[in-house]
Ligand binder design. Structure first.
Ligand SMILES: *Cc1c(COP(=O)(O)O)cnc(C)c1O
Length: 233
């Protein structure tokens, strides 16, 4: 049964997150598992919700909107995360639906969200995407270039900038990904100093490398395929 398999996978991932947190001297509760559900049908999201995993991450605004609608009657309130690229023209509709936008990848988008936040009662938090792997194809500020925008970031006072997000180089394993995570935390520390913002959130780590990310200080891990391993389409 798919739902049994998803429950087992979830327990495995939660256990590994907890162990990695303890190895780094943190409470397991300091790390939020964002279950990445992109391209999965709504039926496969229900076992996660029933098991109490209410933080769900989607990549594509259109798919997010459809799933928010389809699960609007869910018994417990879902905390939706947009983890993929957001185009400015999809921001207004997306903003009221999500708790956190992980991948704000330009000052222009941050300013758009800051303007739109004035229209929303309880606007989401955002993380700024930093490209720590030097892969050209990735969105976001190139490494420490985000520090040059510190004043402009601090001036966006309506939207809450909670921290930073990164994606390790494509196809890497935990150990080759680790330097990206160390780098993100160092850039976060510098940006926090320059902006005066606490920037507590570090969104880093996916199925292949989330344990290393937790050891290096991730507060949010974005895990998809490890939760759906062995699940029939
Ligand atoms: C798909 C995706 C994930 C999850 O990746 P898995 O390897 O399936 O865990 C995490 N973050 C982003 C930005 C993604 O696009």
């Amino acid at each position: 049964m798919n739902s049994d398999r998803i429950r087992e996978n979830l327990l495995t991932v939660q256990g590994r997150i907890a162990q990695a947190a303890r190895r780094s001297g943190r409470e397991p509760a300091a790390v939020t598992l964002v279950a990445v559900t992109k391209k999965r049908p709504v039926e496969l999201l229900r076992p996660l919700l029933e098991a109490g995993t209410l933080d769900l991450g989607e990549n594509y605004p259109q798919e997010l909107w459809e799933k928010v609608e389809a699960l609007s009657g869910a018994p417990a309130p879902i905390r939706w995360h947009l983890i993929g690229h957001l185009q400015g023209n999809k921001a207004r509709r997306t903003l009221p639906m999500v708790r956190l936008i992980h991948a704000v990848d330009s000052l222009k988008l941050l300013k758009t969200l800051d303007d739109l936040a004035a229209e929303v009662a309880d606007p989401p938090e955002v993380c700024l995407q930093v490209n720590t792997s030097a892969e050209e194809a990735k969105h976001g500020w190139k490494d420490a270039s985000v520090l040059a925008d510190a004043d402009a970031i601090a001036a966006c006072s309506r939207i809450k900038v909670a921290g930073l997000m990164t994606m390790a180089a494509y196809g890497t394993d935990a150990e080759t990904a680790r330097p990206s995570f160390v780098r993100l935390r160092a850039i976060r520390d510098s940006l926090a100093r320059l902006t005066g913002l606490p920037l507590r959130s570090l969104s880093m780590g996916m199925s292949n490398d989330y344990e290393a990310a937790v050891e290096e200080g991730a507060t949010l891990v974005r895990v998809g395929s490890a939760l759906f391993e062995g699940v029939e389409p």
